[in-house]
Design a protein around this ligand. Structure first.
Ligand code: WQD
Length: 335
């Protein structure tokens, strides 16, 4: 039996694929390579000493997707494929809704036709309504504030309807907080198209000299040092959370939601300091105005994942920065 990983060539997907094969799973990857490169998967095969089928396919292609299920005995799906830029989603919402939601509908239709009912879905903390009460538990109010976040929220609601319509479905929704870092080998890591929107990849490019300085979006938030506080989680810890979610579904039907974070919040300035320490580089920065849509603080209550998934993030912020830096140094221009 095999696990189908959609978006498996991406930053998070490639780390999940490596974790899956190291845990003995057979995998099949589907990716349209719109924001990823095959090289990531080549390196995963090399490190995991195992080849696996990779299909360059857009999930909207129901016929081709169905053929993949016919060809491989898929018994579970980890669904990561989707656009993920908050900024781009505000520029082109139609494309975001069409890409993220319609492709998920197509996937669900094919799964149902193929009698495959185990699904792990990659969601995001961005579905939570802005709140000043931290940490965030899974039952917090939901209200996304950008089209990207709304696609995630709509898909979550769609999955709940699908589950309610047929108790055969085992669905696990994982709400990622802020994934950063890279595999300790430095062979796979974050390599998105264009200028990074997120803090750590931008910070890392400043440290290596690709960008002159970091722009810190506001230092007037009601936080420990005025800059934004987030729950950064090592991408390998995140990947391990998916393995736990898969194995939990072996004997648990139903739909469950879990936060995947560390439960600790770090500010932008704390990240700058940590990154400067591991890279031994001065990080130049300028404080600018707040970024639209940003919240002051966002970090997880991870009790539920600890107790019900038997999962706990293990890597600290220093290791996250160290591993991110190693990837940057070994791959100054990405793959
Ligand atoms: C972190 C902090 C910024 C860049 C986003 C998405 C979320 C998820 C993770 C997909 C904030 C500050 C950032 C910069 C800065 N992605 N910052 N200068 O916004 O918490 O979450 O990525 O699921 O959906 O919303 O992450 O890394 O963009 O920002 O000062 O150049 O760093 O203001 O406080 P964010 P981020």
């Amino acid at each position: 039996m095999a696990v189908l990983v959609t978006g498996g060539a991406g930053y998070i997907g490639s780390h999940i694929c490596l974790e899956l094969i190291e845990c003995g799973y057979d995998i099949v990857v589907v990716d349209n390579f719109s924001n990823s490169k095959f090289e990531a998967l080549r390196r995963v095969m090399e490190m995991g000493n195992q080849s696996f089928p990779v299909y360059n396919l857009d999930l909207h292609n129901q016929k081709e997707l169905s053929t993949i299920f016919d060809r491989h005995s898929i018994d579970a799906v980890i669904h990561l494929a989707g656009y993920k830029s908050v900024r781009d989603s505000t520029i082109d919402p139609i494309n975001y809704y069409w890409n993220n939601i319609v492709s998920t509908l197509t996937l669900l239709e094919v799964m149902q036709m193929q009698d495959v009912y185990k699904l792990v879905f990659s969601s995001s903390a961005t579905v939570y309504k802005a709140s000043d009460k931290m940490p965030i538990t899974e039952d917090y109010p939901l209200e996304a504030c950008n089209p990207y976040g709304r696609t995630k929220l709509i898909i979550e609601q769609l999955l709940k309807d699908v589950h309610d319509s047929d108790p055969n479905w085992h669905i696990t929704i994982l709400r990622y907080f802020n994934p950063i870092g890279a595999h300790k080998s430095g062979r796979i890591g974050e390599d998105s198209n264009g200028t990074p929107n997120n803090l750590v990849p931008y910070l890392s490019n400043v440290a290596i000299g690709n960008y002159p300085k970091l722009y810190i979006f506001g230092n007037d938030y009601p936080t420990k040092d005025g800059t934004g506080v987030r729950d950064y989680i090592h991408v390998v810890d995140l990947a391990k959370g998916h393995i736990r979610a898969l194995s939990r579904m072996e004997d648990m039907k139903g739909l469950e939601v879990f936060n995947l974070g560390t439960g600790t919040g770090y500010s932008v300035l704390e990240l700058v300091k940590a990154f400067s320490q591991v890279s031994k580089k001065e990080i130049a920065y300028t404080i600018t105005s707040r970024r639209n849509g940003d919240v002051a603080e966002c970090y997880a209550d991870v009790t539920k994942a600890n107790n019900q998934l038997g999962w706990q993030a293990e890597k600290d912020i220093h290791e996250m920065c160290q591993d991110a830096w190693r990837w940057q140094q070994q791959n100054p221009n990405g793959y």
